[in-house]
Ligand binder design. Sequence first.
Ligand SMILES: [Zn+2]
Length: 310
Amino acid sequence: MSISSEIRDELGLLPIKPLCCRRAYLYGLIYCAEVEGTAVTAIFPVAKDASYYPHKQAVGLIHTLFSREASVTHETRGAHRYARVSFDYKAAAKNLRAMMNLPEEEAECETLTRFMGFKCEHCAAHFLRGLFIARGTVNDPAKSYHLEIKLPTDGRVEPVRILLAESGFELGFTSRNGQTGLFCKSGSNIQELLAYMGATTSLFNFYNAEIERSIRNDENRATNCVTENINRAVRTGAKHFTAIEYLEEHNLLAALPEELQFTARLRMNNPDITLAELAELHFPPITKSGLHHRLEKIMAFYEKNLNKSL
Ligand SMILES: [Zn+2]
């Protein structure tokens, strides 16, 4: 099951007592509905092996809160299944249409609060919960941080963005393929938003995935670091090997002071070890910086002779 449907399952099964909050929740579920005359049609995702189906819940709430009977039809788009819930209710159609046709200057939180009938301080969170169930997705945090709420491209976007901002969540705005979305790419903000909507179990799964991801990143970083050190040692060794081999082939090694000849031979015999290891092979051992100086002298001697011969 995807993380989005896990979150949906959890959010949908939370109990709500106050009537105002239940209404706000239902309006969240149907906020993005199509409206024609007095007919309202909302579309809900239908996940495989879900333990909760938002369209069934919407039908129940429409019955108890709006005293209307809704009909359900199913459809498939690509790999996804959806349920269309249709009902006829003048008041709901009017409220939704008012939001759809909202001029930009009236896109305030109060407008949303008024048309969606928020009464108490918890109504907004329940509205967002319903909206997220119908229109929200979250990527697997082990792969990337991305939460998105898809909205129709009309007056309904801006009041939601403002409502979220006033609740402490600044979401980005995206528009593509005739769809508008509000999104969040910060792991900590996604967690706070999930907590705000009441998805505490999903939040723990999110934490765990995040911990796994950070452990994996640390491991990769450590592996990269070791690999890079080995590569560097091999590259340096190969450079020395070429130089010393050249000096030997041209009988130039004997022209070097004895301690440099000794270092050069040790290097030839051990081209792929680190400088620290090579320093320890000397007898008596020399320091790494002492070795560095010796190798620099050898390399300078090599380059001088190489240029001469060119
Ligand atoms: Zn309320």
